[in-house]
Design a protein around this ligand. Structure first.
Ligand code: FAD
Ligand code: UDP
Length: 370
């Protein structure tokens, strides 16, 4: 009946579906959730676009990717500049002259560098072996203890000494007064939220929601010539080599009768004792307290990190050595499948940002459909 069955109406599945339809293919998209969009889904609550699965900021250095998404929707000029709260102290992120000056009272880059050098020397680190040593060698001990140790411990469920250094290398360290969290050239949030991008991609395509591939596996395996599977690859193979591991999250969303709760879209709570890692205030992603627009309500979400067990939402793949090796074994099995291809964050077991998902999906389109 169909050329392609696409399991998962997230960004990966939707880009592929859109491109396949454009090339004359008949496509069916299913998703076990009751909405399209996967984790980039936004929901309008009283005029505020709520990022249902955590803050999503689009950023990329790739002009082609930026032009591609801008072909579906207009983006605003949002620049992510989270504030870190440690007890009653507030600091700007990422680590930059504003952070250093607040932490130490330094005024110039030279003074900031001297302070960091002194703390790195005291710690005696020459070749960082784990996240703790990497962080201290990047920003010194004070910032490590106040802004990194607790947050990272909560986020990953283990001490920084047991984590790989690459996780912290993602963050810029700058000796200029610049609170932009990303170095990328292009950045923004879609005017009106993310869901409309997916709506446009799936226009004219049959979509069945609340539909789990595994509940009717046999039927779905025979409904199309080929399947694109963007769910968990280990689940597809019935965990035959064992389970891949993930980190999960819990989101607690609250609507408040006030105009402005925290004055910023993202506030990180960096002390270990506060159980959530951050609070996001959704209206600030779209400047709804500025530009003369004053909605008397606001929506906030507290994000709690959580261990993952089968049945929980698998938000972050845990790309450590054990899991990467296990994934390789599943990936070998996947290559032997004639009619099934795997894609996306769960199908490829990679921590993909949106900017990575789009070229990966377009590459698959090239392989499959050109
Ligand atoms: P998903 O969005 O997970 O879509 C997969 C879909 O498949 C889901 O809808 C799922 O329900 C469905 N599915 C799975 N199994 C089945 C099944 N058996 N049957 C039917 N359907 C199934 N990226 C950025 O670029 N910027 C950010 O700021 C950013 N912030 C993030 C914050 C958080 C908290 C998280 C978790 C991710 C963030 N990301 C961010 C990453 C972004 O969410 C992903 O890049 C993107 O959503 C991946 O799309 P996908 O289609 O691969 O996966
Ligand atoms: N990080 C931190 N304190 C912060 C923000 C980030 O220690 O206030 C560390 C933490 O280890 C995190 C990593 O930097 O996992 C990368 O941050 P990013 O914002 O990319 O991802 P997150 O894990 O916060 O979603």
């Amino acid at each position: 009946m169909f050329d392609y069955l696409i399991v998962g109406a997230g960004l990966f599945g939707s880009v592929f579906a859109y491109e396949a339809k454009k090339r004359g293919k008949k496509v069916l998209v299913i998703d076990k959730r009751n909405h399209i969009g996967g984790n980039i889904y936004t929901e309008n609550v009283d005029g505020i676009n709520v990022h249902k699965y955590g803050a999503h900021i689009f950023h990329t250095n790739d002009k082609a990717v930026w032009d591609y998404v801008n072909g579906f929707v207009e983006f605003n000029r949002y620049t992510n500049s989270p504030v870190a709260r440690y007890k009653d102290e507030l600091y700007n992120l990422p680590f930059n002259m504003n952070t250093f000056s607040k932490m130490w009272g330094v005024k110039t880059p030279k003074e900031a560098k001297a302070m960091i050098d002194k703390q790195v020397k005291e710690a005696g680190i020459t070749e960082p072996k784990n996240l703790e040593e990497q962080a201290i060698s990047m920003v010194g001990r004070d910032i490590y203890e106040k802004l990194i140790e607790g947050y990272t411990g909560k986020q990953w469920g283990r001490p920084c000494k047991e984590l790989p250094s690459f996780i912290i290398k993602r963050l810029p360290v700058r000796f200029v007064y610049d609170n932009n969290y990303f170095n990328d050239r292009y950045q923004g949030i879609p005017e009106g939220g993310y869901t409309q991008i997916i709506e446009k991609m799936l226009e004219g395509i049959e979509v069945r929601l609340d539909t789990d591939f595994f509940e009717n596996r046999e039927e779905f395996e025979n409904i199309a010539d080929k399947i694109l599977f963007t769910g968990m690859i280990d689940e597809y193979f019935d965990y035959c080599y064992g389970e891949l591991e993930y980190r999960s999250l819990k989101f607690e969303t609250e609507e408040l009768n006030m105009e402005n709760y925290q004055g910023n879209a993202v506030v990180n709570y960096t002390e270990y004792e506060v159980p959530y890692t951050r609070i996001i205030e959704h209206k600030h992603f779209e400047f709804k307290c500025q530009n003369g627009e004053n909605i008397p309500k606001t929506v906030i979400t507290r994000e709690y990190p959580a261990d993952w067990k089968k049945g929980d939402e698998p938000y972050y793949p845990l790309n450590n050595e054990r899991n990467n090796e296990l994934y390789q074994k599943y990936s070998e099995l996947a290559k032997k499948e004639d009619n099934v291809i795997f894609g996306g964050r769960l199908g490829m077991y990679k921590y993909f940002d949106m900017k990575d998902v789009i070229p990966a999906a377009l590459e698959l389109v090239e392989q499959e459909l050109s």
